[in-house]
Ligand binder design. Structure first.
Ligand code: BEZ
Length: 212
């Protein structure tokens, strides 16, 4: 069965461009993003890896480690990283795992046989410090991902892990948030001292906690 939200992210050992790593040990207490690529030396993947390298400080600021994966061998990765630096203006600054026997791809359900028997789809797994899966995304090979959206989701996941709130449509860090329906008005008085607006009893809007 496909990995679902709340499942433990499978642990694995991988050969990467930064050496061998054991996934859980490497994550330690950080959040993680594991994202797969269909194939080395392909155009969309090249742009995505350059973009993640550009955004690395943004992931670090959020205590998130990023790990890319492509089923091609490490020897190919090592040549491809030169192309990424040359064409994208950002050299790879995070590990890219090789998975030539598709052990990791199979455990994470990254191969969708009705799309392709051999290529991994563009999967994204966001993993919390408890090693549980917090978000999954699946894109086809032909569509590059929006990593600004992935950062936005991480902001929401980290905020909602800490406070009894949810984030509304198109929310961006700093915007107002929704008080979780499980919180009574009485409890909300303590938890949200800056007050809230009640549009409906189930729709209460409050300034984002931790923002001044
Ligand atoms: C790409 O990354 O450009 C790509 C990879 C596999 C199939 C189609 C496009």
């Amino acid at each position: 069965m496909a990995l679902q939200l709340g499942d433990l992210a499978p642990d694995f050992e991988a050969e990467t461009t930064d050496g061998t790593l054991r996934f859980h040990e490497w994550l330690a207490s950080s959040w993680g993003v594991l994202f797969s690529h269909p194939k080395d030396f392909t155009p969309v993947c090249t742009t995505e890896l350059g973009e993640v390298a550009r955004l690395k400080p943004e992931f670090e600021r959020r205590n998130v480690k990023v790990l890319g994966l492509s089923v091609d061998p490490l020897s190919d990765h090592r040549i491809w990283v030169g192309d990424i630096a040359e064409t994208q203006g950002h050299a790879l600054n995070f590990p890219l795992a090789a998975d030539p026997d598709r052990t990791i791809a199979d455990r994470y359900g990254m191969i969708h046989p009705n799309a392709s028997d051999t290529l991994t789809v563009r999967s994204v797994f966001i993993i919390g410090p408890d090693k549980k899966v917090k978000l999954t995304l699946t894109y086809p090979a032909s569509t590059g991902r929006n990593f600004a959206e992935i950062l936005r989701v991480i902001d929401s996941l980290q905020l909602t892990a800490k406070h009894s709130v949810a984030t509304p449509v198109n929310w961006e860090n700093g915007d107002d948030v929704i008080i979780a329906p499980s919180v009574t008005d009485e409890q909300a008085k303590n938890r949200f001292p800056r007050g809230w607006k009640t549009l409906k009893p189930y729709l209460r809007i409050t300034p984002q906690p931790d923002q001044h």
